[in-house]
Ligand binder design. Structure first.
Ligand code: PEP
Length: 251
């Protein structure tokens, strides 16, 4: 059975002091998490070990890296390897976020290499996809998202694809305050699931968690997450506000 997940993406925000305060608050909050409902915190790299330590008391609070490089180790100054993440007990990594695609030119092919090395090291990719505004306005979002998924993920085996978490994040909704309606989210999530079903079969597709991201807040999370193909959210801005993100996790 697929898991429900509330994932926080802190992006490049916060000092050590602020990270300490946030992590302490989440570690002691009353959170409705269990075997099938996880909260995952993608914190900036300098705070990964701190987050592991602070959240260690609750196995349903996991920590994610926001990036990895596609090689195991070597002369790649400034990059973070899967070996490093594995050695500090990190089980998740966000890949393919639209900000990395846009500002760091990450292509579908490069992301396929990152997915491969993450899975080789038993690190679960939270793989982001989603269309820009002009594609949505032209009503070609399904083909756009299908291409991202096909080019980065469809080389995987049926066993491997079920280890990947998908995050659908329409770029026009990220950090803009403009959320996709629950109907728009459901429509795309159902399409994404059908795209996986066409390649891997319905049973495999039904095991894949598909998160929605793009201005998720406490006041829209319940409706978004109640859609049948929406299995949780990837949350930027609201994940830095304790009360907001606690409500989103519990939604
Ligand atoms: C994100 O960064 O993945 C995101 C969805 O941001 P926000 O929730 O702020 O729109």
């Amino acid at each position: 059975m697929r898991k429900q997940i509330a994932a926080a993406n802190w992006k490049m925000n916060g000092t050590l002091e602020q990270a300490n305060t946030l992590l302490d608050a989440f570690a002691s909050a009353a959170l409705d998490v269990n075997d099938n409902r996880l909260a995952i915190f993608a914190v900036p790299a300098p705070y990964l070990i701190l987050a592991k330590e602070k959240l260690a008391g609750n196995p349903y609070l996991q920590v994610a890296a926001q990036n990895i490089y596609s090689k195991k180790s070597g002369a790649y100054t400034g990059e973070i390897s899967v070996e490093m993440l594995q050695s500090i007990g990190i089980n998740y990594v966000v890949l393919g976020h639209s900000e990395r695609r846009e500002y760091f030119n990450e292509s579908n092919a490069f992301l396929a290499d990152k997915v491969n090395i993450a899975l080789e090291y038993n690190i679960t990719p939270i793989f982001c996809c989603g269309e820009p505004l002009n594609i949505r306005e032209a009503d070609t979002q399904n083909a756009y998202v299908a291409e991202q998924l096909t080019e980065s993920l469809f080389h995987l085996s049926a066993e491997a694809i079920q280890k990947v978490v998908i995050a659908y994040e329409p770029i026009w909704a990220i950090g803009t305050g403009k959320t996709a309606s629950s109907a728009q989210a459901q429509e795309m999530h159902a399409y994404i699931r059908s795209h996986f079903a066409a390649k891997y079969g319905a049973d495999v597709a039904n095991n894949i968690s598909i998160l929605y991201g793009g201005s998720v807040k406490a006041n829209n999370a319940v409706e978004l997450f109640s859609q049948p193909d929406v299995d949780g959210g990837l949350v930027g801005g609201a994940s830095l506000i304790v009360d907001e993100f606690v409500q989103i996790i519990n939604a």
